[in-house]
Ligand binder design. Structure first.
Ligand code: BGP
Length: 491
C-alpha cells in the first residue's frame, strides 16, 4: 500500500496567543486580562496572580515579545517559512477593555484588521482563537468571571462584534483554547477568572487537597458549563453571520496510558481520558455523555450541582462545532497499584513513561502518542480535527557563529509530522497543523522566555532584557522545507 500524503490544501502554520506575544498591555485603550497580572516564574517557582498591578514586579505580558509593534516583521517571517495559516488570538480586552463595555474599542478592532491585512498580503489564512487565557480582569473582579451567567452574554456580544467586523477576513475560528483546562485548579486563573476560589500560586504539578475541594470544583464545573453554553450560542450566531465560517473549539489532548496491564491501571487510564471526553462530547455531540455524572462524582460533585436548564440543553444541541481542535505535547501513564515518579506537562499527567525521553521541563517526547490520540478522537467523533498546538520548549543558545542550531527541535518536528502522516494513513481526517510558538514567546505555565518553542529566536530574557531582535534558527529552514514539500521530505 502506498504511504498517505498530506492533503493538497493541508493547513501548515504556527500558533500564538495574544497575552504571550503582543505586549503593549495598556496601549490604545486595552484593558487587563487576568493573565496579564501573572508574575514570572520558573519550573521550580510558581507564577503568582496579583489582582492589581504591583510596583517593582515584573509581569512578562507587559511587553512580551512586542508582537504588537513587530507584527509586520513577524508575519513576513511566517510567510518566508511558507505558512498557509496563522493561528492567533484576539484579546477580548483589546476590544472590550472591561469585557462588557457598551461599545467596542476602535483601536483594538483596527489592530486585528492590520494583522489580517498583513496575512492576506502573503496568502496566509488567519485562524482566530476567540478566548485564549484572557478573561477580562474587570469581569473576574465584578462577577467571578465565568462562574456568573452574565459572562455568557458579555462573551457572546464580544463574539458577535468580531464576527461582524471580520466576516470577510476570517473564515476559521476556535471559540475556546483548551476548554478542559477548567477541570484543573489553575483553570481558576487561566480560563475561568474565578477569583473567589483564592487561587494565586500556580504550581501546576502540585495541587493541594484544599485547592481541589468539592466546593471549589463545583464552581469550576459550573463555569465550564457556562462556557459550553456560550460556545454553542456563538457557533449558531457565527453561522448566521457568515455561513462559510468554520467554527471549532479546542481541548488539551495529551495521551493517557496505563502504566502496566494490571486492569486497575487500565481503568485508571481510561478514567483520566474523561477530562477530554467530558468537554469534547458536549461541544461535538451537543449533550453531556453518559460518563459525565460519574466523572463529576470523582470530583465530589454531580451534574445537578451545575444548574443546567432546559434552555441550556436546547442551546447545546443547536450549536455543535464544525471541527475539533486539539493541543498535543506529551503523554503520561496511570498507576494505582504502585508509586512511581510523576511526569510534567501543561496538566498533571500521572506517572512518567519509562520508555520515553524528556524535555528540559520534564515533558516526555511521544510522537506515537499523537497518532494514537488522533485516532481516539476521530474514532469517537468523526468530525475534522485540527492540531492547533504541538511543539517543544527548550533552552536555545546562540552559537559562536551567531546562529541557533536546534537539531532537537527539528527532530521533534519531524517525528510528529511523521506521526501525523501515519494517522492520515489510518484514515483520520486532519485539516491542519499549527506549531506552538513558531516565534519564541512567553511560556504560559512558567512565564519564562528561556523555555523557547520558536523557529524564530527572539532576543529577550526571563527578566525582560534584550534587543527583541528576531533570528532564524536552523529549524526555521526545516519547517520551510516541510511546508514546501507538503511533508514529503520527512521520512
Ligand atoms: C498550552 C497553551 C499555550 C502554550 C502551551 C505550552 O496549554 O494553550 O498557551 O503556552 O500550552 O505551554 P507552556 O507555555 O507552559 O510551555
Amino acid at each position: 500500500m502506498s504511504k498517505a500524503t498530506f492533503p493538497k490544501d493541508f493547513l501548515w502554520g504556527g500558533a500564538t496567543a495574544a497575552y504571550q506575544c503582543e505586549g503593549a498591555w495598556k496601549e490604545d485603550g486595552k484593558g487587563f486580562a487576568v493573565t496579564d497580572l501573572l508574575t514570572a516564574g520558573t519550573r521550580e517557582i510558581p507564577r503568582i496572580f496579583t489582582p492589581e498591578e504591583k510596583e517593582n514586579t515584573y509581569y512578562p505580558a507587559k511587553q512580551a515579545i512586542d508582537h504588537y509593534h513587530h507584527y509586520k516583521e513577524d508575519i513576513a517571517l511566517f510567510a518566508e517559512m511558507g505558512f498557509k495559516v496563522y493561528r492567533m488570538s484576539i484579546s477580548w480586552v483589546r476590544i472590550f477593555p472591561n469585557g462588557d463595555d457598551e461599545i467596542p474599542n476602535q483601536k483594538g478592532l483596527e489592530f486585528y484588521h492590520k494583522i489580517f491585512q498583513e496575512c492576506k498580503k502573503y496568502g496566509i489564512e488567519p485562524l482566530v482563537t476567540i478566548s485564549h487565557h484572557d478573561v477580562p480582569l474587570a469581569l473576574a473582579l465584578k462577577q467571578d468571571g465565568w462562574l456568573s451567567r452574565k459572562t455568557i452574554s458579555a462573551f457572546v456580544n464580544y463574539c458577535e462584534t468580531i464576527f461582524k467586523e471580520y466576516k470577510d477576513e476570517v473564515k476559521y475560528w476556535i471559540v475556546f483554547n483548551e476548554i478542559n483546562m477548567m477541570t484543573s485548579y489553575f483553570g481558576d486563573i487561566y480560563t475561568g477568572g474565578i477569583l473567589s476560589n483564592g487561587t494565586t500560586h500556580l504550581d501546576i504539578a502540585h495541587a493541594s487537597e484544599e485547592a481541589l475541594s468539592a466546593d471549589k470544583m463545583k464552581k469550576r464545573f459550573k463555569a465550564l458549563h457556562h462556557q459550553f453554553v456560550a460556545c454553542a450560542k456563538v457557533v449558531e450566531i457565527g453561522h448566521k453571520i457568515n455561513e462559510q465560517f468554520k467554527i471549532g473549539s479546542m481541548v488539551a489532548a495529551d495521551a493517557h496510558y496505563p502504566y502496566s496491564c494490571n486492569p486497575v491501571n487500565v481503568i485508571a487510564a481510561q478514567k483520566s481520558m474523561r477530562r477530554i471526553w467530558y468537554c469534547a462530547d458536549v461541544m461535538v455531540r451537543g449533550e453531556y455523555s453518559y460518563v459525565a455524572d460519574s466523572y463529576l462524582m470523582d470530583q465530589g460533585i454531580c451534574l445537578t450541582d451545575l444548574d443546567i436548564t432546559v434552555e441550556d440543553k436546547a442551546i447545546l444541541q443547536a450549536g455543535t462545532i464544525d471541527f475539533l481542535a486539539l493541543s498535543y505535547y506529551t503523554s503520561g501513564c496511570h498507576a494505582v497499584d504502585e508509586v512511581h515518579e510523576t511526569t510534567a506537562g501543561n496538566f498533571s499527567l500521572g506517572v512518567a513513561n519509562p520508555y520515553l525521553k524528556k524535555s528540559d521541563w520534564g515533558w516526555v517526547f511521544d510522537p506515537q502518542g499523537l497518532r494514537w490520540m488522533l485516532n481516539e478522537l476521530y474514532g469517537r467523533y468523526n468530525i475534522p480535527l485540527f492540531i492547533a498546538e504541538n511543539g517543544l520548549g527548550a533552552v536555545d543558545e546562540i552559537g559562536e557563529d551567531g546562529k541557533i542550531h536546534d537539531p532537537y527541535r527539528m527532530q521533534y518536528l519531524d517525528n510528529h509530522v511523521s506521526a501525523m502522516r501515519e494517522a492520515l494513513e489510518d484514515g483520520v481526517n486532519l485539516m491542519g497543523y499549527t506549531w506552538w510558538g513558531p516565534i519564541d514567546l512567553i511560556s504560559a505555565s512558567t512565564g519564562e522566555m528561556k523555555k523557547r518553542y520558536g523557529f524564530i529566536y527572539v532576543d529577550r530574557d526571563n527578566e525582560g532584557n534584550g534587543s527583541l531582535k528576531r533570528i532564524r534558527k536552523d529549524s526555521f529552514y526545516r519547517y520551510q522545507e516541510i511546508i514546501k514539500t507538503n511533508g514529503a521530505c520527512v521520512k
